[in-house]
Design a protein around this ligand. Structure first.
Ligand code: ZN
Ligand code: FE
Length: 253
């Protein structure tokens, strides 16, 4: 199975899965670059997987489904254009011969889902977990996002994180402000800056990398508890309050 990013809108990645002439696409916000890539590679689009309802993730769904007859899967708790199969945990589906497990990961939106393919060591998590960061809380609560991130943290460390945006450098700049003493974070920032300078994507990362460097996955770390406490006295006492303070801080960073 090939898993390749199709860049769109400046900082989105639409993830294309391809195997023996068959293809699936995750979160096709724009149909045009997907159609170009299908043609270029001679692929037949069979499956469209949607993680949540935002326009940069669903904008191309109806066009692609209409043009190809691909089956559209999306979260049961959200309004998804042309959706044929409504999914929620603990659903499992087969895509291009591979099992995908559906995880409910509310927080960025109320009904956000992620797709985990254990056989591919791959996670398609939309705007929930980013390389070095996490999605904004547009519809959900800090407690929901903390629970969603904990669910992803429990996946095998080697799982590759195919998130939907190239936000890594700005995320890591914030992460360093929140946790300046983290040597692994500093090394990751240098590595990712070099990747971007070469025009390469910084994703996928892995769950293990996120556990070591992503502040939103590290809200039990004493240094991050102390950083939250310094910004809002009392916030360092719990994981959820620490997360909430970090998330608000990042919003204005
Ligand atoms: Zn979104
Ligand atoms: Fe997005």
């Amino acid at each position: 199975m090939d898993i390749v990013p199709i860049p769109a809108f400046g900082d989105n990645y639409l993830w294309l899965l391809a195997s023996q002439g068959r293809a699936a696409i995750v979160d096709p916000g724009d149909p045009a670059p997907v159609q170009r890539e299908l043609t270029r590679r001679g692929l037949t689009l069979e499956t469209i997987l949607v993680t949540h309802h935002h326009g940069d993730h669903v904008g191309g769904v109806a066009t692609l489904a209409g043009a190809t007859g691909a089956r559209v899967y999306g979260p049961r708790g959200e309004d998804i254009p042309a959706r044929q199969v409504a999914l929620g945990e603990p659903a499992a589906i087969e895509v291009l011969g591979v099992a995908l497990h559906v995880l409910d990961v509310p927080g960025h939106t109320r009904g956000h889902i992620a797709y985990h393919a254990p056989a591919l060591h791959a996670l398609f998590c939309g705007d929930t977990l980013f390389a070095g960061g996490c999605g904004r809380l547009f519809e959900g609560t800090p407690a929901q996002m903390v629970a969603s991130l904990a669910k992803l943290a429990a996946l095998p460390g080697a799982t590759r994180v195919y998130c939907a945006h190239e936000y890594t450098l700005s995320n890591l700049r914030f992460a360093l402000a929140a946790e300046p003493g983290n040597a692994a974070l500093r090394a990751r920032q240098q590595h990712c800056a070099a990747q971007r300078a070469r025009g390469e994507p910084t994703v996928p990362s892995t769950i293990a990398e996120e556990l070591a460097t992503n502040p939103f996955m590290r809200c039990d770390e004493p240094a991050l508890r102390a950083a939250a406490e310094a910004r809002r006295p009392g916030a360092g006492r719990t994981r959820v309050d620490t997360f909430a303070v970090l998330r608000e801080w990042k919003n204005g960073f």
